[in-house]
Design a binder for this molecule. Structure first.
Ligand SMILES: [Zn+2]
Ligand SMILES: [Zn+2]
Ligand SMILES: [Zn+2]
Length: 196
């Protein structure tokens, strides 16, 4: 067996883990009260520098949502939070574990940064101002559909001629004659004494 913890750069990792991705959309203000929107994906088209901050902010939020929607969570991704030494939640330490989760971070008090990240299920609830967008499907689950259940059962033939089936008891509510009609008053019980 090979040592899985080799550190040589050219060695393939034992599992094809990939680095967790992150997208950051940032609203940057300038001294003349205009602002620009930037995305870490350089291919993304951004609106021109403008003084309409509300429009730029709306664009940034929509752009972040579009990235979150377009990204497919990869179940073999490393936790992006863990790869940054969990600096997003410095007060609570955890060990990265669980299914990969796609989160959208946006601190409304800052209001200028939107981040979409692939993180683990342990880190996701610890990161503030986070909305879980998607979760990766568990890689080991196998869904087997029973084939027999899909086939419709043939229609049950009805009882011919209107006969009731032989095992059916007569209808309830008709008391059989001579059995337990009315309440029976309990007899007073006398103890017979004196028999010696
Ligand atoms: Zn983008
Ligand atoms: Zn973390
Ligand atoms: Zn993590």
């Amino acid at each position: 067996m090979d040592d899985a913890r080799v550190t040589t750069a050219h060695t393939e990792p034992p599992t094809d883990r990939v680095p967790g991705r992150a997208w950051t959309i940032r609203l940057t203000g300038h001294s003349d009260r205009s602002a620009t929107v930037s995305c870490t994906t350089t291919a993304c088209r951004m609106p021109p520098r403008s003084k309409d901050l509300a429009a730029l902010r709306a664009f940034a939020a929509q752009h972040a949502a579009a990235h979150a929607k377009a990204a497919t969570v990869r179940p073999n991704a490393w936790c992006h939070c863990g790869s940054t030494r969990c600096e997003a939640h410095p007060d609570i330490r955890t060990h990265c574990a669980g299914a990969v989760t796609l989160i959208l971070r946006h601190d409304p008090t800052v209001g200028r940064v939107w981040t979409i990240e692939e993180v683990c299920a342990a880190c996701a609830p610890l990161i503030p101002h986070t909305t879980v967008v998607a979760r990766a499907a568990r890689p080991r689950r196998t869904v087997e559909q029973p084939a027999a259940a899909a086939v419709p059962a043939p229609a049950q033939p009805g009882v011919p001629g209107g006969f009731s089936s032989p095992g059916t008891a007569p209808a309830d509510g008709a008391p059989a004659p001579g059995r337990r009609s009315g309440r029976r008053t309990p007899r007073p019980q006398h103890r017979r004494t004196g028999q010696r």
